[in-house]
Write a new protein. Structure first.
Length: 381
Protein backbone atom coordinates (compact mmCIF):
# COMPACT_ATOMS: atom_id res chain seq x y z
CA UNK A 1 0.00 0.00 0.00
CA UNK A 2 1.46 3.34 -1.05
CA UNK A 3 1.71 5.85 1.78
CA UNK A 4 0.10 9.19 2.37
CA UNK A 5 2.99 11.64 2.43
CA UNK A 6 2.78 15.03 4.12
CA UNK A 7 5.54 17.55 3.43
CA UNK A 8 5.74 19.88 6.41
CA UNK A 9 5.38 19.41 10.17
CA UNK A 10 3.94 22.75 11.22
CA UNK A 11 0.44 23.24 12.60
CA UNK A 12 -1.06 22.31 9.22
CA UNK A 13 0.93 19.12 8.71
CA UNK A 14 0.66 17.79 12.25
CA UNK A 15 -3.01 18.65 12.71
CA UNK A 16 -3.85 16.97 9.41
CA UNK A 17 -1.92 13.88 10.49
CA UNK A 18 -3.82 13.77 13.79
CA UNK A 19 -7.19 14.11 12.10
CA UNK A 20 -6.27 11.48 9.51
CA UNK A 21 -5.22 8.97 12.17
CA UNK A 22 -8.61 9.35 13.86
CA UNK A 23 -10.13 7.91 10.67
CA UNK A 24 -7.43 5.61 9.28
CA UNK A 25 -4.93 3.61 11.34
CA UNK A 26 -3.78 1.35 8.53
CA UNK A 27 -2.51 3.46 5.63
CA UNK A 28 1.24 4.12 5.98
CA UNK A 29 1.92 7.76 6.83
CA UNK A 30 5.22 9.51 6.13
CA UNK A 31 6.12 13.10 6.94
CA UNK A 32 9.08 15.11 5.70
CA UNK A 33 10.39 18.30 7.28
CA UNK A 34 13.43 20.47 6.75
CA UNK A 35 13.71 21.15 10.52
CA UNK A 36 13.85 18.93 13.61
CA UNK A 37 10.12 18.20 13.53
CA UNK A 38 9.31 19.55 17.00
CA UNK A 39 5.62 20.21 17.51
CA UNK A 40 4.85 23.70 18.78
CA UNK A 41 2.24 26.41 18.38
CA UNK A 42 3.65 29.00 15.99
CA UNK A 43 1.26 31.77 17.15
CA UNK A 44 2.83 31.53 20.63
CA UNK A 45 6.15 32.81 19.31
CA UNK A 46 4.91 36.41 19.39
CA UNK A 47 3.89 36.38 23.07
CA UNK A 48 6.32 33.84 24.53
CA UNK A 49 8.11 36.43 26.69
CA UNK A 50 4.85 37.46 28.35
CA UNK A 51 3.97 33.79 28.91
CA UNK A 52 7.40 33.04 30.35
CA UNK A 53 8.15 30.52 27.60
CA UNK A 54 11.62 29.76 26.24
CA UNK A 55 12.32 28.23 22.83
CA UNK A 56 12.83 24.93 24.63
CA UNK A 57 9.56 25.01 26.57
CA UNK A 58 7.57 26.12 23.52
CA UNK A 59 8.20 22.70 21.97
CA UNK A 60 5.37 20.44 23.11
CA UNK A 61 6.72 17.22 21.62
CA UNK A 62 9.75 15.99 19.71
CA UNK A 63 9.60 14.36 16.29
CA UNK A 64 10.12 10.95 17.94
CA UNK A 65 7.20 11.55 20.27
CA UNK A 66 5.00 12.73 17.39
CA UNK A 67 6.02 9.68 15.37
CA UNK A 68 4.76 7.43 18.14
CA UNK A 69 1.52 9.36 18.61
CA UNK A 70 0.73 9.39 14.90
CA UNK A 71 2.11 5.97 13.92
CA UNK A 72 4.04 7.83 11.25
CA UNK A 73 7.56 7.83 9.89
CA UNK A 74 8.88 11.37 10.29
CA UNK A 75 11.97 12.33 8.29
CA UNK A 76 13.61 15.34 9.95
CA UNK A 77 16.23 17.75 8.57
CA UNK A 78 15.26 16.51 5.12
CA UNK A 79 14.56 18.57 2.02
CA UNK A 80 12.21 17.34 -0.70
CA UNK A 81 13.76 18.63 -3.90
CA UNK A 82 11.18 17.62 -6.50
CA UNK A 83 7.79 16.07 -7.20
CA UNK A 84 7.16 13.87 -10.22
CA UNK A 85 3.41 14.09 -10.71
CA UNK A 86 3.41 11.47 -13.49
CA UNK A 87 5.51 8.82 -11.76
CA UNK A 88 3.79 9.76 -8.47
CA UNK A 89 6.89 10.07 -6.35
CA UNK A 90 8.93 12.71 -4.57
CA UNK A 91 12.71 13.10 -4.74
CA UNK A 92 14.59 13.16 -1.43
CA UNK A 93 18.40 13.07 -1.33
CA UNK A 94 18.38 11.90 -4.94
CA UNK A 95 16.10 8.96 -4.18
CA UNK A 96 12.51 8.39 -5.29
CA UNK A 97 9.84 7.92 -2.65
CA UNK A 98 6.42 6.85 -4.02
CA UNK A 99 3.16 8.24 -2.72
CA UNK A 100 -0.48 7.25 -2.93
CA UNK A 101 -1.62 10.72 -1.94
CA UNK A 102 0.64 13.71 -1.35
CA UNK A 103 -0.08 16.75 0.83
CA UNK A 104 1.83 20.02 0.69
CA UNK A 105 1.86 21.75 4.08
CA UNK A 106 4.78 23.98 3.20
CA UNK A 107 3.81 27.10 5.11
CA UNK A 108 4.96 30.57 4.15
CA UNK A 109 8.29 32.33 3.86
CA UNK A 110 9.20 35.82 5.12
CA UNK A 111 9.14 38.77 2.78
CA UNK A 112 12.48 40.57 3.01
CA UNK A 113 12.45 44.36 2.60
CA UNK A 114 15.01 45.77 0.14
CA UNK A 115 17.68 46.99 2.55
CA UNK A 116 21.22 48.22 2.01
CA UNK A 117 24.09 48.47 4.48
CA UNK A 118 26.78 46.32 6.03
CA UNK A 119 24.50 45.13 8.87
CA UNK A 120 21.69 43.87 6.65
CA UNK A 121 22.56 40.20 7.35
CA UNK A 122 21.88 40.87 11.04
CA UNK A 123 18.23 41.78 10.44
CA UNK A 124 16.22 38.95 11.98
CA UNK A 125 12.99 37.25 10.94
CA UNK A 126 10.94 34.84 13.00
CA UNK A 127 9.03 32.22 11.03
CA UNK A 128 9.70 29.05 13.01
CA UNK A 129 11.04 27.79 16.31
CA UNK A 130 14.64 27.82 15.11
CA UNK A 131 14.31 31.45 14.03
CA UNK A 132 12.80 32.27 17.39
CA UNK A 133 15.70 30.68 19.26
CA UNK A 134 18.12 32.87 17.28
CA UNK A 135 15.96 35.92 17.99
CA UNK A 136 15.96 35.23 21.73
CA UNK A 137 19.75 34.92 21.74
CA UNK A 138 20.05 38.20 19.84
CA UNK A 139 17.88 40.18 22.27
CA UNK A 140 19.50 38.78 25.42
CA UNK A 141 21.09 41.78 27.09
CA UNK A 142 19.65 44.12 24.47
CA UNK A 143 17.67 47.19 25.43
CA UNK A 144 16.68 48.82 22.13
CA UNK A 145 14.73 46.72 19.62
CA UNK A 146 13.57 48.03 16.23
CA UNK A 147 10.73 46.29 14.39
CA UNK A 148 10.21 46.75 10.67
CA UNK A 149 6.50 46.49 9.91
CA UNK A 150 3.49 47.74 11.91
CA UNK A 151 1.29 44.80 10.95
CA UNK A 152 -0.18 42.05 13.09
CA UNK A 153 3.06 40.20 13.81
CA UNK A 154 5.06 43.37 14.32
CA UNK A 155 2.58 44.76 16.84
CA UNK A 156 2.30 41.44 18.69
CA UNK A 157 6.08 41.17 19.06
CA UNK A 158 6.28 44.84 20.07
CA UNK A 159 3.77 44.40 22.88
CA UNK A 160 5.56 41.24 24.04
CA UNK A 161 8.98 42.89 24.04
CA UNK A 162 7.66 45.94 25.87
CA UNK A 163 6.19 43.65 28.52
CA UNK A 164 9.70 42.25 28.96
CA UNK A 165 11.13 45.70 29.59
CA UNK A 166 12.57 46.34 26.14
CA UNK A 167 12.37 49.72 24.44
CA UNK A 168 10.70 49.12 21.08
CA UNK A 169 10.52 51.24 17.95
CA UNK A 170 8.17 50.27 15.11
CA UNK A 171 8.94 51.51 11.61
CA UNK A 172 6.87 51.15 8.47
CA UNK A 173 5.22 52.90 5.51
CA UNK A 174 1.65 52.51 6.81
CA UNK A 175 -0.28 55.47 8.19
CA UNK A 176 -1.52 53.41 11.17
CA UNK A 177 -0.88 49.95 12.65
CA UNK A 178 -2.58 46.89 11.11
CA UNK A 179 -3.49 48.97 8.08
CA UNK A 180 -4.47 45.90 6.04
CA UNK A 181 -6.89 44.65 8.67
CA UNK A 182 -8.26 47.70 10.49
CA UNK A 183 -9.82 51.03 9.53
CA UNK A 184 -7.59 53.98 10.52
CA UNK A 185 -9.62 54.81 13.64
CA UNK A 186 -9.11 51.34 15.07
CA UNK A 187 -5.43 51.34 14.12
CA UNK A 188 -4.94 54.70 15.81
CA UNK A 189 -6.52 53.35 19.01
CA UNK A 190 -3.99 50.51 19.04
CA UNK A 191 -1.11 52.91 18.32
CA UNK A 192 -2.10 55.14 21.23
CA UNK A 193 -2.27 52.21 23.64
CA UNK A 194 1.08 50.81 22.55
CA UNK A 195 2.61 54.28 22.81
CA UNK A 196 1.44 54.41 26.42
CA UNK A 197 3.55 51.36 27.27
CA UNK A 198 6.64 52.98 25.77
CA UNK A 199 6.60 51.95 22.10
CA UNK A 200 7.85 54.57 19.63
CA UNK A 201 6.67 54.90 16.06
CA UNK A 202 8.08 56.02 12.72
CA UNK A 203 5.10 55.55 10.41
CA UNK A 204 4.97 56.67 6.79
CA UNK A 205 8.65 55.73 6.71
CA UNK A 206 10.83 53.07 5.14
CA UNK A 207 14.32 51.93 6.11
CA UNK A 208 16.97 52.30 3.44
CA UNK A 209 20.11 51.16 5.25
CA UNK A 210 21.12 49.14 8.30
CA UNK A 211 24.68 49.90 9.36
CA UNK A 212 26.97 48.85 12.17
CA UNK A 213 27.56 51.59 14.72
CA UNK A 214 29.99 50.24 17.31
CA UNK A 215 28.20 47.53 19.28
CA UNK A 216 24.81 48.69 18.00
CA UNK A 217 22.99 49.02 14.69
CA UNK A 218 21.96 52.25 13.02
CA UNK A 219 18.91 52.38 10.76
CA UNK A 220 18.77 55.14 8.17
CA UNK A 221 15.22 56.07 7.17
CA UNK A 222 14.26 57.47 3.78
CA UNK A 223 13.88 61.01 5.18
CA UNK A 224 17.40 60.94 6.64
CA UNK A 225 16.36 60.14 10.21
CA UNK A 226 18.59 57.72 12.14
CA UNK A 227 17.29 55.16 14.63
CA UNK A 228 19.68 53.19 16.84
CA UNK A 229 18.93 49.64 17.95
CA UNK A 230 20.65 46.66 19.53
CA UNK A 231 18.60 44.23 17.40
CA UNK A 232 16.29 44.55 14.39
CA UNK A 233 13.31 42.30 13.65
CA UNK A 234 11.73 42.35 10.19
CA UNK A 235 8.01 41.59 10.33
CA UNK A 236 6.83 42.93 6.99
CA UNK A 237 4.80 39.85 6.11
CA UNK A 238 4.84 36.35 4.70
CA UNK A 239 4.19 34.87 1.28
CA UNK A 240 3.06 31.29 0.55
CA UNK A 241 5.96 28.94 -0.07
CA UNK A 242 5.26 27.78 -3.61
CA UNK A 243 8.77 26.80 -4.73
CA UNK A 244 8.22 23.03 -4.73
CA UNK A 245 4.79 23.41 -6.33
CA UNK A 246 6.25 25.52 -9.12
CA UNK A 247 8.86 22.84 -9.82
CA UNK A 248 6.06 20.27 -10.01
CA UNK A 249 4.11 22.37 -12.51
CA UNK A 250 1.13 22.89 -10.20
CA UNK A 251 -1.18 25.83 -10.69
CA UNK A 252 0.02 28.85 -8.72
CA UNK A 253 -1.50 32.27 -8.17
CA UNK A 254 -0.66 33.99 -4.88
CA UNK A 255 -0.49 30.53 -3.31
CA UNK A 256 -0.85 26.92 -4.44
CA UNK A 257 -4.32 26.89 -5.98
CA UNK A 258 -6.69 24.22 -4.66
CA UNK A 259 -10.35 23.39 -5.19
CA UNK A 260 -12.93 22.93 -2.44
CA UNK A 261 -11.61 19.42 -1.76
CA UNK A 262 -8.13 20.97 -1.28
CA UNK A 263 -6.80 19.17 -4.35
CA UNK A 264 -4.24 20.98 -6.46
CA UNK A 265 -4.18 20.94 -10.24
CA UNK A 266 -2.54 17.47 -10.08
CA UNK A 267 -4.42 14.32 -9.17
CA UNK A 268 -3.94 13.12 -5.58
CA UNK A 269 -1.81 16.11 -4.59
CA UNK A 270 -3.38 18.37 -1.98
CA UNK A 271 -2.36 21.50 -0.09
CA UNK A 272 -3.42 23.21 3.11
CA UNK A 273 -2.24 25.89 5.48
CA UNK A 274 -0.31 29.05 4.72
CA UNK A 275 0.95 27.79 1.34
CA UNK A 276 -2.46 27.35 -0.27
CA UNK A 277 -4.98 29.57 -2.03
CA UNK A 278 -8.66 28.68 -2.29
CA UNK A 279 -11.16 30.72 -4.31
CA UNK A 280 -8.74 33.63 -4.27
CA UNK A 281 -8.25 33.46 -0.49
CA UNK A 282 -4.94 33.10 1.32
CA UNK A 283 -5.73 32.87 5.03
CA UNK A 284 -2.61 32.47 7.22
CA UNK A 285 -4.42 31.91 10.51
CA UNK A 286 -5.02 28.98 12.86
CA UNK A 287 -8.77 28.47 12.46
CA UNK A 288 -8.65 28.03 8.66
CA UNK A 289 -5.92 25.42 9.18
CA UNK A 290 -8.12 23.47 11.59
CA UNK A 291 -11.10 23.46 9.23
CA UNK A 292 -8.84 22.37 6.35
CA UNK A 293 -7.26 19.59 8.41
CA UNK A 294 -10.60 18.08 9.37
CA UNK A 295 -11.99 18.24 5.83
CA UNK A 296 -8.88 16.95 4.09
CA UNK A 297 -8.42 14.10 6.58
CA UNK A 298 -11.83 12.77 5.57
CA UNK A 299 -10.96 13.00 1.90
CA UNK A 300 -7.65 11.18 2.41
CA UNK A 301 -9.50 8.48 4.37
CA UNK A 302 -11.87 7.83 1.47
CA UNK A 303 -14.71 10.15 2.43
CA UNK A 304 -14.62 12.97 -0.18
CA UNK A 305 -15.36 16.17 1.70
CA UNK A 306 -15.88 19.77 0.61
CA UNK A 307 -14.25 22.52 2.65
CA UNK A 308 -16.48 25.08 4.33
CA UNK A 309 -15.25 28.19 6.13
CA UNK A 310 -17.52 29.80 8.71
CA UNK A 311 -16.88 33.36 9.86
CA UNK A 312 -13.52 33.23 11.65
CA UNK A 313 -12.60 36.38 13.60
CA UNK A 314 -8.91 36.76 14.37
CA UNK A 315 -7.72 37.66 17.88
CA UNK A 316 -4.63 39.89 17.82
CA UNK A 317 -2.36 39.31 20.82
CA UNK A 318 -1.83 42.91 21.93
CA UNK A 319 -2.89 42.89 25.60
CA UNK A 320 -2.18 46.59 25.94
CA UNK A 321 -5.20 47.07 23.68
CA UNK A 322 -6.94 43.82 22.62
CA UNK A 323 -8.05 43.50 19.01
CA UNK A 324 -10.55 41.17 17.33
CA UNK A 325 -10.96 41.52 13.58
CA UNK A 326 -13.00 39.82 10.89
CA UNK A 327 -11.75 41.73 7.84
CA UNK A 328 -14.06 42.04 4.84
CA UNK A 329 -12.97 40.04 1.84
CA UNK A 330 -10.96 41.96 -0.73
CA UNK A 331 -12.95 43.64 -3.49
CA UNK A 332 -16.02 43.68 -1.21
CA UNK A 333 -18.16 46.76 -1.70
CA UNK A 334 -19.19 48.54 1.46
CA UNK A 335 -18.16 51.11 4.03
CA UNK A 336 -16.94 51.29 7.61
CA UNK A 337 -19.24 52.53 10.34
CA UNK A 338 -17.17 53.71 13.30
CA UNK A 339 -18.36 53.83 16.93
CA UNK A 340 -15.87 55.20 19.44
CA UNK A 341 -15.91 55.05 23.22
CA UNK A 342 -13.37 55.83 25.91
CA UNK A 343 -12.38 52.17 26.08
CA UNK A 344 -12.18 51.20 22.43
CA UNK A 345 -13.47 51.31 18.87
CA UNK A 346 -16.20 49.25 17.24
CA UNK A 347 -15.99 49.32 13.46
CA UNK A 348 -18.56 47.54 11.30
CA UNK A 349 -18.13 47.06 7.56
CA UNK A 350 -21.57 47.03 5.94
CA UNK A 351 -22.93 47.08 2.40
CA UNK A 352 -25.68 49.33 1.09
CA UNK A 353 -28.31 46.86 2.34
CA UNK A 354 -26.83 47.09 5.86
CA UNK A 355 -25.48 43.51 5.76
CA UNK A 356 -22.48 43.04 8.02
CA UNK A 357 -19.47 41.97 5.93
CA UNK A 358 -16.70 42.41 8.49
CA UNK A 359 -15.78 44.09 11.72
CA UNK A 360 -12.87 45.37 13.81
CA UNK A 361 -13.12 45.65 17.59
CA UNK A 362 -10.55 47.21 19.91
CA UNK A 363 -10.26 47.50 23.67
CA UNK A 364 -13.52 47.18 25.56
CA UNK A 365 -15.42 46.84 22.24
CA UNK A 366 -14.07 43.29 21.89
CA UNK A 367 -16.99 42.30 24.13
CA UNK A 368 -19.15 42.52 20.99
CA UNK A 369 -17.24 39.68 19.26
CA UNK A 370 -19.87 36.97 19.72
CA UNK A 371 -22.82 39.17 18.84
CA UNK A 372 -21.27 40.42 15.62
CA UNK A 373 -19.83 37.02 14.69
CA UNK A 374 -23.31 35.54 14.65
CA UNK A 375 -24.36 38.19 12.13
CA UNK A 376 -21.55 37.44 9.69
CA UNK A 377 -22.15 35.15 6.72
CA UNK A 378 -19.80 32.16 6.19
CA UNK A 379 -16.63 32.88 4.23
CA UNK A 380 -17.04 29.69 2.16
CA UNK A 381 -20.62 28.38 2.54
Amino acid sequence: MKPVIIIGTGLAGYNLAREFRKLDNETPLQMFTRDDGSFYSKPMLSNALTLGKTPETLAIASANQMSGQLEATIHTDTIVTAIDTHARHIIVDGKSVPYGKLVLALGAEPIHPPLQGDATPEVLTVNNLGDYARFRRAITGSRQIAIIGPGLIGCEFANDLANAGKHVTIIGPDAAPLGRLLPPEAGSALQTALSEIGIDWYLGQVIEEVMHAGQSLRLCLADGTFVNADAVLSAVGLRPDTRLAIQAGLRINRGIVVDRSLQTSADDIFALGDCMEIEGLVMPFVMPIMHCARALAKTLAGQPTTLHYPAMPVVVKTPAHPIVVAPPLSQTSGHWQIFKSDGGVRAEFRDDMDHLLGFALTGSATADKQRLSRELAPILP
